[in-house]
Write a protein that binds this ligand. Structure first.
Ligand SMILES: Cc1cc2nc3c(=O)[nH]c(=O)nc-3n(C[C@H](O)[C@H](O)[C@H](O)COP(=O)(O)OP(=O)(O)OC[C@H]3O[C@@H](n4cnc5c(N)ncnc54)[C@H](O)[C@@H]3O)c2cc1C
Length: 379
């Protein structure tokens, strides 16, 4: 007699979706369970090293074939999840995928020049070549938003075009709504924010601080500063990146997301709004205060164990909590090109201490974790 298998559907082939799918397929008995991964692309896109792509065009440092990092025990379904409820997914192909447990790992939408597989599917080369060409041709590039990603991209441009920036042949500007670069969200201490700000402004990057930039409706190359249309700057290339934009497929589950659009989860990754308890979410799509890969090992481990407990014991399962940065500053390092970076480490009662720049340069800036990329998905 054939046993009816239970299905775990994982949506999104990012760092978290792929590694959780791999872990589950390794730990669950394949005669009773199946793990299905819904992916939009045949490739995975490793974001931490993507800030260098417009100047390096070395796409192998950020893109890997999915087949090289996914276990054969995971069934991949190439499609896009359009909507879901508590028992099935509706795919773009109009197929319906029933599940017993759903794990949402759909990440964020990232604007140009980073992009995501959600935007370019398999055709990363056309997308990234276009971004690199636009950057190469532009004389004045303006970034609206001086957060982590834009600051790192500008650091890369500064390293590549330092002579042209010094001579005034090429200009780069950042418009940022605070007195220092990086978000004023409590995760970054003042010292690291000041160091990043001073380094970029001291090396020829024009900063418009405490300013809000809006692209003019009449002229796509004009940015209006604040509400006064007479205060504006012109740039031949404008990138607007003002933070993380969670990517949640349509659903009609009340209070699924918070008012910023993030999926509301508990520290055990279970979605608050799902009464059945069978929907989990992980990574950038969640309302965790900290988003990033520093807690990857712990998060993947805890989610895997919790899903297995839930599959075996149902709603009575005791689920474990992960370790996440719910208060205070976090460890962090900002890379500003292959040789320069600034970092911080939180210390109880002291706030943060700076990580020496040569340590950040060696540990992060040189390779942007490229050597760890494959393991981030596989392990
Ligand atoms: C430029 C940049 C640099 C960064 N640098 C660092 C760093 O130095 N250190 C650090 O800790 N963190 C860094 N981060 C953050 C870190 O990369 C992210 O937190 C992490 O990659 C999030 O992984 P994820 O799996 O949640 O999402 P993603 O990697 O974004 O994966 C989401 C996946 O879901 C897919 N998807 C979305 N919607 C659907 C759908 N409807 N159907 C099917 N599939 C779908 C997407 O195509 C994508 O493959 C950086 C982020 C960026 C953008």
């Amino acid at each position: 007699m054939e046993i009816e298998k239970k299905t775990i559907a994982v949506v999104g082939a990012g760092v978290f979706g792929v590694s959780v799918a791999n872990h589950l397929s390794r730990e669950l008995d394949a005669t009773s369970y199946r793990v299905k991964l819904v992916t939009l692309s045949d490739y995975v896109y490793f974001l931490p090293s993507a800030v260098r792509l417009t100047v390096s065009r070395d796409y192998s440092s950020s893109i890997l074939p999915l087949k090289d990092v996914i276990d054969i025990g995971v069934e991949t379904i190439k499609d896009k999840v359009v909507s879901f409820n508590t028992s099935n997914l509706i795919l773009e192909s109009e197929a319906v995928l029933d599940f017993d447990v759903l794990i949402l790992a759909t990440g964020s939408k990232w604007p140009d020049p980073i992009g995501s597989t959600f935007a370019f599917g398999d055709d990363y080369k056309t997308y990234l070549d276009k971004q690199a060409s636009r950057v190469q041709e532009a004389e004045h590039i303006a970034f609206i938003g001086g957060g982590f990603v834009n600051s790192e991209i500008v650091g890369e441009l500064l390293f590549k075009y330092q002579d042209e920036i010094k001579s005034g042949k090429r200009r780069i500007s950042i418009i940022h709504n605070s007195d220092k670069l990086l978000p004023a969200n409590g995760l970054y201490g003042d010292t690291v924010r000041s160091k990043v700000t001073d380094y970029l402004s001291g090396n020829g990057i024009k900063l418009y601080l405490n300013a809000r930039g809006t692209i003019s409706d009449d002229d796509p190359n004009q940015i209006i500063l604040g509400d006064d249309a007479s205060k504006h700057i012109r740039a031949d290339l404008i990138y607007r990146g003002v933070g993380i934009a969670p990517n949640v497929p349509t659903n009609h589950i009340a209070d699924f997301c918070d008012d910023r659009g993030f999926v509301q989860v508990q520290t055990n990754f279970q979605v608050n709004a799902c009464k059945e308890g069978n929907i989990f979410a992980i990574g950038d799509v969640t309302n965790f205060r900290y988003h990033g890969i520093m807690k990857r090992d712990n998060w993947v481990d805890v989610l895997t164990k919790n899903v297995i407990s839930f599959m075996k014991e149902g709603a009575n399962a005791k689920l474990a909590s992960c370790s996440c940065y719910e208060i205070g500053e976090t460890p962090g390092a900002v890379s500003l090109g292959p040789k320069t970076g600034f970092g911080q480490f939180p210390v109880p009662f002291l706030g943060t201490v700076s990580i020496p720049s040569f340590v950040v340069a060696k540990a992060k800036c040189k390779s942007l974790f490229r050597e760890k990329m494959e393991d981030m998905y596989k392990k």
